[in-house]
Write a protein that binds this ligand. Sequence first.
Ligand code: PRX
Length: 648
Amino acid sequence: MTASNPSRELAGLPVDSRYWPVGRHHEVLKRSLSDIEGFWTDVASQLSWQRQWDQTLQWDPPFAKWFVGGMLNASHNCVDRHADSQRKDKIAYLWEGEPGDRRVMTYGELYNEVNTFAATLQDLGLRRGDRITLYMPMVPEFPIALLAASRIGAIFTVVFSGFSAAALSGRINDSGSKMLITADGSYRRGKIIPLKDIADEALRSSPSIEKVIVYKRLEKETELQRGRDVWWHDAVQGKSHFVPPEPLDASHPLFILYTSGTTGKPKGAVHSTGGYLTYVYATQKWVFDIRPEDVYWCTADIGWITGHSYVVFGPLAHGATSIMYEGTPDYPSTERWWEIIERYKATILYTTPTAIRSLMRSGDDLPRRHDLTSLRLLGTVGEPINPAAWEWYFDVIGGKRSPIVDTWWQTETGGILISASPNLGLVPLKPGSATFPLPGIDAEIVNEDGKPVQNGEKGFLVIRKPWPGMFMTLYNDSERYKQVYWNRFQDMYYPGDYAVKDADGYFWLLGRADEVLKVSGHRLGTIEVEDALVGHPAVTEAAVAGRADSVKGEGIIVFVTLKPDYKPSDALRQELREKVRNTIGPIATPDEIYFTGSLPKTRSGKIMRRVVKAVASGIEIGDITTLEDESSVEEVQKAMATFTRQIE
Ligand code: PRX
């Protein structure tokens, strides 16, 4: 215990030093990097293994294999370990549906459900190594299904329930899934999303699916296709027996999760069983300081990596109690989250800057009406947080008692790489900085030549050593894995983010260095949106750029050129908007669509993205030198002037 806490001193933050001893973060980081293998051996030993590994790391750049020869099962680690202990009656999930219905599930109950559903999957023909897609609402059956699949060694791939039929079908086809789990529908802002209807549409072009299990969430007429579809509640009848957790190689894929990149085709990040589980277990403890008495709430949907790692596998590996909520933060009012925190006495809240900014707009009165004093730790993820939102979160939600962990990571990294660690000893916090790399993470900021930048210059974030949570490859595309992540800088992982280190060595993440947008924290490739637009018969060419948005972080601005027979109109604009929603999903809905005579191009015919971005952002011609591009400033200025005239 230390008398003074620099967190308090540095930003004038009255963080209670009884809970947040200062200090070991740097020491543990240094020690871990001097003996990576020894360090991760100690961490992995805290999980339950069916066979001890022979080799901690086999590093054949850029392919890493962790815990070679070791065998384990994720569902055994997340469920059986607790159900077989005094934690049997401990609550795993406190669930609340959007309409207000509630369920409580203990580890003992979770164990029974997971076994029953694993037996059901086996009975329906799913085997080790088979792929299974999930397109589910946030109900307890979602984690149950993931755990059941992992219990029998099937590889799951989750598609966020806000994605369109086309996006769902594309992911099913790429993964070659033979089974789909979905629901008749889900609630969102009081409306019904007909998930099964969307799935039916997707399945018209996804012939690999042999069976569909449909969870009944609504009172809604739903058609089942004979021989293919079965209700969840019918399928599980008479299956309540123990299914032994399959011993799996540490590098057996636990899941594939698709994410956006710089081409139209999403990338399937393949995560291992042993490395991934070790990493989420470790970071759940370091970052969230998870303790037996905590009531922990990560608000992410399981459809994203944050939900995989910190709603399902991280907290369950620790036998923690989590809140799970089906709906949006603003339904029926923006008081909903504060009610939930008060009702369940949540101690940890982990959410996105977008959610914080949008709740902040409703003012301080709503959160102040509720007792939020149970909170002891706050977190953010997915995008940079602006100091004003940070201060509001700290003052109004955390009551100036709770530190904020700003966590930087990605779908590919499996778990958090850069964050403060209350468990190891909290470093002084700076609003907007994710602070320091976690133990085992060798992060640096480099220039174009891959050399560490000097004097706090802006550069590219890289990770110089493998870590267990690192994805193993891209599904069916190891070449693209090498190309995208490892070719830019020799033997260094390139995440695609800009960053700077300040004079105290703090990391500040500055957003994407590539053609990837972060819209409400969701990751979207500009080219994905452009591909959707050129799929419309009226469109010749499209260019998409992000523009700073005070709530969503980034908004989507679109420029299109039309085929000669088409004229710009509001009706066409609406059609194009619909086209994007139907091709990708509502998260990709453009904020603004501009019709233009032509797009700015280089002499070789490449769209000048720098110009498109500058025009979208309303940047003055004089300021465009701050945008990255290879083309000359003069050329860019000329293109920008012409382009701006055209769209006005
Ligand atoms: O640009 C970074 C941003 O989100 C990207 C990863 O997106 P995704 O794979 O969807 O994963 C999001 C949830 C882990 C990163 O390349 N990002 C994530 N966290 C932060 C962030 N940017 C700034 N600060 C963060 N804390």
